[in-house]
Design a protein around this ligand. Structure first.
Ligand code: BMA
Length: 306
């Protein structure tokens, strides 16, 4: 099997990876992965994707004193009980949290006849509101920008049919349109399968820093998930400034190479600290929750010069 190894390390894996496993859950759980972390009132919180042996996923809230270890699983996040959700949704996964003003929005995949994106919101991580579906079927990986751009909310999304990353805009977070293509997977040399945005785009003085995943397909059947980075214009976030030509994270460790889906690192969230350090959270092999460390400077270097 071929794995592409980045020349210089942009991210450093946490020494005690994986940080959360199925054994830590209060039910019969085969894996915790692709979860979304956020710093809320100086607390490190994570919405876990926890998968049962029946292959159904549930969301749980976990907390850590430092964002790395000693995670305590606190409670299960109730799923929406509305008629539209119950009619469509058989399963849900890959949550992404974005703070906009004093509200935290959670976008997540809802699987039914096909897959589409749902939106929940919370102000306190205790009670959660169902906002509604924000795409039709055939979409995954929608992640909101943390602020309005040109008076409209903005999000990155991945139409499954093309496998590319697009920008979409909305006046109210429910009705979306005015789409623009951002990056085609065919233009990512290490991801000639499909790509998708990871966590919330990070605003920097040089542009929007966007971490994304890319899938390398070997001989039409072997899938390898990597993470990469790109920079887009602040005012026109669909306009690519540059994309790092190499992945920043590729599967290398045993917990990434073997699991329920081998050779997968699936970055799904990050926490940017005041000193510019970044905790990058990623799922490994659809089984384990991991974290790696990097900095805004290193990510910019990767996007602009690699
Ligand atoms: C994608 C999503 C992710 C998963 C990945 C690898 O299509 O379903 O949740 O981690 O495949 O299996």
């Amino acid at each position: 099997m071929t794995i592409i190894h980045p020349k210089k390390k942009i991210v450093k894996r946490y020494k005690n990876n994986p940080i959360i496993t199925g054994e830590m859950m209060p039910f019969s759980c085969r894996g915790v992965f692709n979860s979304s972390a956020i710093k809320y009132n100086n607390r490190y919180l994570m919405i876990l994707r926890a998968e049962g042996y029946n292959l159904r996923d549930s969301f749980w809230l976990a907390e850590s004193p430092n964002g790395f270890d000693n995670w305590t699983v606190k409670y299960q996040i109730p799923l929406p009980q509305t008629e539209d959700y119950k009619i469509f949704g058989d399963n849900q996964y890959d949550p992404r949290i974005t703070q906009i003003d004093d509200t935290y929005y959670i976008t997540f995949c809802v699987h039914g006849i096909d897959v589409r994106m749902g939106l929940m919101s919370t102000k306190d991580f205790c009670s959660f509101n169902w906002e509604g579906f924000i795409t039709g079927t055939g979409f995954r990986n929608t992640v909101l920008f943390p602020e309005k751009i040109d008076s409209l909310y903005a999000a990155l999304e991945r139409p499954n049919e093309t496998g590319d990353i697009w920008l979409t805009r909305s006046p109210d977070l429910i009705f979306w349109g005015k789409q623009e293509p951002v990056l085609r997977y065919r233009n990512v040399p290490w991801a000639w399968g499909k790509i998708g945005p990871c966590g919330t785009p990070i605003k920097t003085s040089k542009g929007w820093l966007i971490i994304f995943h890319g899938v390398q397909i070997i001989c039409g059947y072997e899938y390898i998930y990597h993470a990469g980075v790109m920079l887009t214009e602040l005012e026109k976030p669909w306009k690519l400034i540059r994309m790092g030509d190499e992945p920043i994270l590729s599967p290398e460790e045993p917990y990434e190479l073997t699991g329920h889906a081998p050779n997968v690192v699936f970055a799904s969230s990050h926490i940017v600290e005041e000193d510019g350090s970044v905790k990058l959270y990623y799922g490994a092999s659809d089984r384990y929750q991991c974290v790696a460390e990097t900095t805004i400077d290193l990510l910019l270097e990767a996007a602009l010069t690699r």
